[in-house]
Design a binder for this molecule. Structure first.
Ligand code: HEC
Ligand code: HEC
Ligand code: HEC
Length: 481
């Protein structure tokens, strides 16, 4: 068979097999999530998986669980450009949403882990994430009669690493799923479900704007890796992030890891130069819940993302030619955004307080603010032990005028309600959101007051902090996510 012939045969085959899938047909409503025949879901497995997901014991420091970086309150991601990390370390990437993760055919921004059953174990051992020793963790669980019962009900054996990974996989695959969006209802035949603007936006998405070339399939991702041309991120230029980029490249056995100064993406896995700067196509479902965007969280709004594609990308070396100048009018950009917004389905129904099992941080010292800051409060996950911030990621509390001002109720309010805004850290300005960690960790008024006093008196002035009564006055019911 000649080369020319095989090319033509391939082209024809391609047209028959694949091209009907391109265009509007290749996106559609979510089918039931595919299950793993070796790990079918049932109630006992779901209960175990959910308990593990929120259990702080899975991290070496006892302050982190899966929800520390995949917060149900924050679209099962974290609304900070760069994810939190194991205390004492920093991350270099944005935490991806776990919404509809069961539909993905590749995991991690560079596709290094597969499937969910194994990823959960890798994530637990990962020194940047939880740094936990799996054998130690299993010994801990085997000494906890309640855990033993949950494992036996789910898999018929005592706590062990394989079933640990399986239970976490079941919970993620079958629980963290979105309900019907306007788009799903529209595709199932309800032609009123999407606004005319969103319908026009879908035509752009699958046509002129060319988004569907990569954002295809029911979860709006081809589970493949592409270089969309993003310029190097100055947020990663400081020493701590440079160090973590090299640490990871070394871990992935990249030759010349010492010279790595950007996130090389898929290259870390394949060591193939053609894969430099390629990252996994993310889902576009529930974007309202999953900001900020891109593997490094560099864009806060959809308008910024649409503008990026409209101008044809940054043109970094190796940019995929399908990312090209689009020349969309203002109303076309609005239509495209309306379509992206129509991809939002209902969120899984969960009340975190029902699940979080706070660690018992030396009960006797429970009202010691420092112990709470580094333990049950989990503040140390995002604010360093010495009160210093992480450049470009989390604000410092030491020498921070907002922390030192007033009587400390600013700190208490932040713990209760979280905080959202623009912060300047070491001369870099960025948007971030702190979760309402008080609710998430089930902190009592007394505990919040103790932490607020500690923060203010360690890194602020030495006047007295807030009292439990002030905290109580500030408390108002919060809407559930
Ligand atoms: C310290 C923060 C942190 C913790 C804790 C954490 N994750 Fe993640 N998770 C991340 C980051 C960051 C990534 C992306 C990593 C990368 O691309 O290198 C990620 C990626 C993932 C992915 C891949 C998703 C996708 O679509 O590619 C899954 C699944 C996942 N985490 C599950 C878990 C589970 C289960 C736990 C608990 C056992 C957990 N994570 C704990 C930060 C965290
Ligand atoms: C060549 C493949 C490709 C094309 C074409 C493409 N994308 Fe993407 N998209 C990606 C990849 C890969 C990423 C992740 C890039 C990264 O983080 O480095 C991404 C990221 C995004 C994100 C951020 C999502 C998140 O949660 O971080 C949005 C939104 C998005 N694309 C929308 C669009 C729209 C709208 C279009 C059409 C105008 C489009 N994309 C065209 C591959 C593509
Ligand atoms: C998941 C990460 C995370 C955790 C856990 C966390 N914070 Fe934060 N915190 C942040 C981020 C991000 C900001 C910046 C929010 C913004 O202003 O945009 C912040 C801001 C703050 C601020 C305001 C700083 C300023 O400059 O105004 C205070 C005070 C604070 N946190 C205290 C705490 C305390 C005390 C705890 C523990 C009870 C805690 N945080 C837990 C991420 C976190």
């Amino acid at each position: 068979m000649s080369y020319a012939f095989s090319c033509r045969a391939f082209a024809i085959l391609w047209m028959i097999l694949i091209s009907p899938g391109l265009g509007a047909e290749s996106i559609g409503p979510l089918p039931p999530v595919p299950s793993n025949p070796d790990n079918l879901p049932n109630e006992a497995r779901m209960t175990l998986g959910r308990a593990l997901f929120f259990d702080n014991r899975i991290s070496a420091t006892g302050t982190m669980n899966c929800a520390s970086c995949h917060l149900p309150h924050q679209g099962w991601t974290v609304h900070t450009p760069i994810s939190p990390a194991n205390p004492g370390r920093v991350e270099r990437r944005n935490s991806p949403t776990l919404l509809n993760v069961g539909y993905n055919k590749a995991l991690i921004w560079d596709g290094r882990a597969w499937p969910l059953e194994k990823q959960a174990i890798g994530s637990t051992k990962n020194p940047i994430h939880k740094g936990q020793d799996i054998d130690k963790l299993m010994a801990l669980f085997n000494g906890d009669p309640e855990m033993v019962k949950l494992f036996e009900a789910a898999y018929g054996s005592k706590p062990n690493a394989a079933d640990y990974g399986k239970a976490l996989a079941v919970f993620q695959r079958h629980f963290i799923v979105t309900g019907d969006s306007d788009f799903d209802r529209y595709m199932k035949g309800d032609k009123q479900a999407m606004s005319p603007a969103a319908v026009r936006g879908m035509t752009l998405f699958t046509g002129k704007a060319g988004c569907v070339a990569c954002h295809s399939g029911p979860n709006l991702t081809d589970s493949d890796f592409h270089n969309i041309g993003l310029a190097a991120n100055p947020m990663l230029a400081d020493d701590v992030h440079q160090e973590i980029l090299r640490f990871d490249a070394k871990r992935m056995e990249v030759p010349n890891w010492e010279s790595i100064n950007i996130d090389p993406g898929r290259f870390l896995v394949t060591k193939n130069a053609a894969d430099l700067n390629k990252f996994k196509t993310p889902t576009l479902r529930n974007l309202q819940d999953t900001f900020p965007y891109m593997h490094d969280g560099r864009y806060r709004t959809l308008d910024e993302v649409i503008e990026y594609y409209n101008r044809g990308g940054d043109g970094a070396p190796g940019q995929d030619p399908r990312v090209r100048e689009l020349k969309l009018s203002a109303s076309e950009k609005g239509d495209l955004k309306a379509f992206l917004m129509a991809l939002r389905g209902s969120l899984p129904d969960i009340r975190m307080q029902d699940w979080v099992r706070p660690v018992d941080v030396e009960r006797g010292k429970a009202l010691d603010g420092k112990t709470l800051f580094e333990g049950k409060g989990t503040c140390v996950n995002c604010h360093q032990r010495d009160g210093n911030g992480v450049p470009g990621t989390f604000p410092p509390l030491a020498n921070n005028p907002r922390v030192t001002a007033g009587d400390g109720s600013y700190v208490a309010r932040t713990i209760i309600y979280g905080r959202e805004g623009r912060v300047e850290i070491h001369g870099k300005v960025f948007d971030a959101v702190m979760p309402p960690i008080g609710e998430q960790q089930g902190l009592s008024d007394e505990e919040i007051a103790a932490i607020a006093s500690y923060v203010r008196n360690s890194w602020g002035n030495q006047a007295d902090g807030v009292s439990p009564e002030t905290v109580r006055e500030q408390r108002q019911p919060r809407a559930q996510p």
